[in-house]
Design a protein around this ligand. Sequence first.
Ligand code: AMP
Length: 540
Amino acid sequence: MHGLMMNTQLSIASILQHAEKVHRKSEIVSRKPEGGLFRYTYADAARRARQAANLLTRLGVKQQDRVATLAWNTHRHYELYYAVSGSGAILHTVNPRLFPEQIVYILNHAEDEVLFLDLQFVPLIEAIRDQLPKLKHVVLMVDAERMPESKLDLLCYETLLQEASAHYDWPALDENLAATLCYTSGTTGNPKGVLYSQRSTVLHALASLSGEALSMGNRSVVLPVVPMFHVNAWGVPYAATAAGAKLVLPGAGMDGASLYELIDSEQVTQMLGVPTVWLGLLQYCEKERCTMTSVEQVVIGGSAAPMSMIKGFQEKHNAFVVHAWGMTELSPMGTVNSMNAYMASLDQAQRYQLQVKQGRPIYGIELRIVDDAGNSLPQDGKAFGRLQARGPWVASSYYKLEDQSDWQDGWFDTGDVATIDEQGYMNIVDRAKDVIKSGGEWISSIDVENIAIGHDAVAECAVVGVPHPKWDERPLLLVVLEPGASLTREEMLEYLADKVVKWWLPDEVLFVDELPHTPTGKLLKRQLRDQYQGQYSGEA
Ligand code: AMP
């Protein structure tokens, strides 16, 4: 017997419709790429999103067509999140930090016919326009009076919007229809497309709101520093809208000074982003001797949050760090290390120890760890193996790719190596390909990095395994120093000596000016391994 409940389809448009009715006056504040702040309400945003939906129809966009964006976190990008997916087309957010040839690849692979872009990316598209045969329209998201000279046939978003009617009936959509498309920036091979559905997006947003996850509500002032071109800004534009939170969109201003100014002027209560961004912000606050007084919670994910950063936010800014783990294939949220009764019972030192873990799966996500033969390993906090996930917002395959090698028995293999303890706390040991295999044992590069970064003189560091004639691989530590700081190899090793087991100590410490990063801000370890592969074999 079926339950006798309405079979209401979950839809992205319904989130904005709800905000328009219930959170009419909650604000969205956005830093425009052409300069200046823009401020309006969810009611205004809903009206402009309907106009944008009419604009899409005028440009010939039909259901399930792919519509690309190359844009920062702005109100216009936000409007397209709803206009494109709400009208039944598929929003394809493109990461402008990818190499131009990767951008060509994914725009062609997705067969995007319309591209919306910010002013800054005009030269990028001018350079590759002739390699994009499917693309019909390029729409620039800028005020009409700021339209630049360009060899592109550019349309102006604001002009088109003005001409569009604000009357639009969001179509009833099957909740399983594709809604957004995001390519993962793998470190090898072509980027792979992850295709989210209306349903997965709504479920992910609902799960994100809870106290076990991001604790987002109508009184929150939320600053997603994670870009809207990276896994839909971790779903925040949907979750914040459902909650009616004030949404603060930082535009292109991801540097410490710009972020601090916005945090202070808008009284941000929670913000989300990757460690590199927070490093810049904390350094800025340190230098300028300023404190973030309004921030209650900082969500850190994308790479491991080092303890020094967790302490920095807590002790200097009274801001609690919520460490989270996820990935593009998980929409992205998998685990969140939020405050709970257990954590509250710990003293501060124990709490920090717990906070460096990536947290527990939020309801909806199941995790397990397996050995190389695919056997489940115990949840005892010690055994570590390949981390696998399943749930309603986990990808079941890649867009237009037959290869199913990342899936086994209905589980998605994340490519991460982790432990899980009795309480469900998951701790990332490493990416499977970054873990250092020394004399048959494994060394976690992340653990050593997290300790090394705690030294005051260290601004950033990376630990990679390089071939070693006796031990197979041995760790090499690369350090970028804080401006003006000095540190020797011996001092660094001495600092680490009582904090890691002896055989985890890097054999060598090298000081470098900068470290390479992927387009999403992660350390590009493959490049470092290639560069330093001769270090221990005498070929360096
Ligand atoms: P992406 O799909 O680009 O978001 O990358 C996902 C990958 O980032 C994961 O598989 C992890 O390797 C890494 N990652 C994400 N969050 C964390 C975290 N909190 N700690 C360590 N690694 C993380």
